[in-house]
Design a protein around this ligand. Structure first.
Ligand SMILES: Cc1cc2nc3c(=O)[nH]c(=O)nc-3n(C[C@H](O)[C@H](O)[C@H](O)COP(=O)(O)O)c2cc1C
Length: 373
């Protein structure tokens, strides 16, 4: 059974509500198997980032679908309790897919069954992780080098849970530039019963360097046609980027990773822009502080104060990226051990923003205590 976590009100953010109104009757959502996804904006799986609290916030702020970080099928096989905690979820983050990695078909099939038993709305197979710890075991992006094995893994997972939930894959363009494997693999994946393919348009050998080559997303879309949706991923930073990717590649949905860190509003702003062409404003400082606070509360409620605060030290700084006062806020967060310490820092954050803005000769914006400036 899924673990019931309390995750706030689930009230949609205003931008999302506006996009929903605009979309009434002309939804540009997409379907993964039997599941309707709207808006066509997916939060990318990110290790250390897309834990339950952030997934809830992203759903509320406008993601149509969220995905756990990659989870080891072997750890699930061995009933590792810490690993089980990685896919605790609550009703208000559904639909939520669980991403698994592993190169052994039987273990992947078993792990898929376990996560579906515990409430996953879908199972995503990781074929994009290039880090040696994963790839040297034949998992992640290493599967792009061995399409027979990749197909065996996909077929085993589809056989195991495909009649209960959709099975999807997330791939890189290929292992390296010598072969754009994603295009060939996409057709095999459809034949094996996959219901959606997400393409991070970089080769595994690139890591995160260079720029994503969106033309490969377009070629994958051309290869699979309308048989399954293609989700485009790589370097989306603004609502306009998302629209450009959809226009240029014909992909059915966009997936956003790094730019969403500390910025769940981006997902709703993308949704609104795709639906109406309206560019919603960036969040105010007060909104950033309030959401960082909620993230901290959810995280500590789920993980406990010790583990939760350690992770929050790095995570919360993302909410203040690019605004005056951010370095001081980030620095203060680096040593926090309790939720009370975090709350105290956030209580002072608007004032620090105000002071740093004045020192830099910039008008402070939006924060309580800094109004009208
Ligand atoms: C910190 C971090 C962790 C990531 N972890 C995962 C992961 O667990 N599974 C996965 O498929 N991709 C993972 N990725 C890759 C992202 O899902 C995404 O494909 C990549 O960041 C490109 O999208 P972006 O340009 O929007 O960030 C990770 C990326 C980052 C930055």
């Amino acid at each position: 059974m899924p673990t019931a976590l309390t995750a706030g009100s689930g009230t949609p953010a205003p931008v999302v509500a506006a996009a929903a109104d605009a979309a009434a009757g002309r939804s540009r959502g997409f379907r993964i198997g039997d599941i309707n996804i709207w808006p066509p904006v997916v939060l990318a799986p990110m290790a250390g980032i897309t834990a339950h609290p952030f997934r809830v916030l992203c759903r509320r702020h406008g993601a149509g679908l969220v995905v756990t970080e990659l989870i080891s099928s072997h750890a699930i096989h061995y009933r590792n309790q810490k690993t089980f905690g990685m896919f605790d979820w609550s009703a208000d983050e559904q639909p939520a897919f669980c991403q698994l990695f592993g190169g052994d078909p039987a273990t992947m099939a078993e792990a898929a069954e376990i996560v579906v038993d515990r409430g996953a709305t879908g199972v995503d197979i990781n074929m994009g992780c290039w880090v040696p710890k994963v790839a040297k075991t034949g998992a992640g992006a290493a599967l792009m080098k061995d399409l027979c094995q990749a197909e065996a893994v996909v077929r085993a997972v589809v056989e195991s849970v495909g009649d209960r939930v959709p099975v999807t894959v997330k791939v890189r363009s290929g292992w390296d530039r010598s072969d754009v494997t994603a295009i060939r693999f996409a057709k095999a994946a459809v034949a094996a019963g996959v219901k959606s393919i997400a393409v991070h348009a970089r080769f595994a050998s690139q890591g995160f360097t260079g720029t994503a080559d969106w033309s490969i997303i377009g070629q994958v879309k051309e290869a699979v046609g309308d048989s399954i949706p293609v989700v485009g991923n790589g370097d989306i930073e603004t609502p306009q980027d998302a629209k450009r990717m959809m226009d240029e590649t014909g992909c059915d949905a966009v997936m956003v990773g790094r730019a969403a860190m500390g910025n769940p509003w981006l997902l709703g702003r993308i949704a609104l822009y795709l639906e109406t062409g309206t560019l919603a404003p960036e969040p105010t400082v007060a909104e950033r502080i309030a959401t960082a606070r909620e993230h901290a509360q959810l995280q500590v409620a789920q993980m406990g104060e010790n583990v939760g605060c350690k992770e929050l030290r790095g995570l919360l700084g993302h909410y203040f990226k690019g605004i005056p006062g951010a370095p001081r806020i980030r620095q203060a967060l680096t040593t926090v051990k309790t939720l009370a310490e975090i709350e105290a820092i956030l209580d002072g954050a608007a004032e620090w923003h105000h002071e740093a803005s004045l020192a830099a000769g910039i008008a402070p914006e939006g924060a309580q205590g800094a109004q009208g400036a």
